[in-house]
Write a protein that binds this ligand. Structure first.
Ligand code: FES
Length: 70
């Protein structure tokens, strides 16, 4: 994963116990169908469902017991 974002082929990285990183996404659609514009080259999407900023990760996963992390 280097160089400018390729918006036609975003890169996805699953962080153990943490978020899903997506590089090169223009938009993110949440579970309710709302579309969020991505203004950053890399977005971190919550996989633990505890974030106060869903669908984005806010770091709350770090406070969870290890067994409750994604
Ligand atoms: S994965 Fe980070 S808050 Fe859910």
């Amino acid at each position: 994963m280097s160089g400018p974002p390729d918006y036609d082929h975003p890169d996805v990285v699953l962080c153990p116990g943490g978020p899903m990183l997506i590089r090169g996404a223009k938009t993110v659609q949440d579970a309710d169908g709302r579309v969020h514009a991505s203004v950053r080259p890399v977005v971190a999407l919550c996989r633990c469902t505890r974030s106060a900023r869903l669908p984005f990760c806010d770091g709350t996963h770090k406070l969870l017991p290890v067994d409750d992390r994604p």
